[in-house]
Design a binder for this molecule. Structure first.
Ligand SMILES: [Ca+2]
Ligand SMILES: [Ca+2]
Length: 304
């Protein structure tokens, strides 16, 4: 009889098997953790490189000599790395601060009507914007001042000063509802250019919505603006000397011309540089606003 030895032998095998299973599990666990570390490191490295690329694009875009269509605005794909820069102009947009402080409701009435906003919502949006921007606490007929914001649990509002950025428009009571109904509403607004909309850069929705231009008239205008190379914003573009000249060239008169004169101009330029850097599937975008011919001066910098 050798019970203890037999017992030990009987126990040894399961122990060994269990140990093997344990070690195998440990290896899987550790390699998983190490794998996560490594992929986090690789991702951080790619993000860093993508941002470096975007920064290079911004440096190119800030140069006043570089215009839309310049091959420098895009790099080839070296090991999946590069940047793409889009240049556009803020002067072709609506600055709400400019129009509200100039006491001009009409531009907003026309814009919101072109968005099919009903009268009640439209008036609440415009008055809300007036109350947000004006320094006093007197509520406009359909607007909102301290009491209305406090009732909604938002003490300390409205700001009672001009908007600091376009995003802030979503915080304005009344206007918030109108904007919520319009996808992409941001692209036709700016706070960086102070003046009437530059017809040289205005979008089709603004030309149609504010001055009732037809799609054909818009097309003629865009062809002139772009010049022979069909790219807007560079040296071969037709530069209009006056709104009347632009209107004459595209066959616009009467009510349409009156509206063009009221809301549009031929002056102004504030460059918008959107640079997207990429590295093996990771992208990083930087948007910079710079006065035209401002020698690389920067008015605003945003990253996403
Ligand atoms: Ca106010
Ligand atoms: Ca051109």
């Amino acid at each position: 009889m050798n019970w203890p030895g037999c017992f030990r032998r009987g126990l040894a095998l399961p122990l060994v098997l269990w140990s093997i299973a344990f070690l195998a599990g440990l290896v899987v666990l550790v390699s998983g953790v190490v794998g996560d570390w490594v992929s986090a490191e690789i991702r951080a490295e790619k993000t860093f490189r993508a941002r470096q690329m975007a920064l290079s694009g911004i440096a190119i875009g800030l140069s006043p000599e570089v215009k839309p269509g310049d091959p420098l605005l895009k790099t080839g794909s070296r090991e999946g790395e590069g940047y793409e820069v889009k240049l556009s102009d803020e002067s072709g947009k609506i600055n709400p601060n400019f129009w509200i402080t100039g006491n001009n409701r009409e531009i907003f009435v026309r814009l919101f009507e072109s968005w099919n906003v009903d009268d009640e919502l439209r008036d609440a949006a415009i008055d809300g914007l007036i109350d947000w921007v004006d320094a006093d606490d007197f509520r406009s007929l359909h607007g909102a001042e301290r009491g209305e914001y406090e009732a909604l649990g938002r003490p300390g509002f409205p700001a009672n000063r001009p908007l600091l950025n376009v995003r802030e428009m979503e915080a304005v009571l009344g206007l918030d509802q109108v904007l919520a109904s319009k996808e992409d509403w941001r692209k036709d607004f700016t706070v960086w250019y102070n003046g009437k909309i530059n017809i040289q850069y205005a979008s089709q929705p603004l030309l149609e919505g504010l001055a009732e231009l037809t799609p054909n008239q818009c097309r003629s205008l865009f062809e002139l603006r772009a010049g022979p190379d069909a790219i807007e914003g560079n040296d071969d573009d037709v530069k209009f000397q006056s709104i009347e000249e632009a209107a004459g060239l595209i066959g616009v008169g009467g009510r349409q011309l009156d509206a063009l004169v009221a809301f549009f101009d031929v002056a102004g330029s504030v460059r918008r540089i959107e640079s997207t850097g990429y590295c093996n599937g990771i992208r990083h975008k930087i948007v910079v606003i710079s006065p035209e011919n401002g020698g690389g001066q920067i008015m605003n910098w945003e990253e996403e």
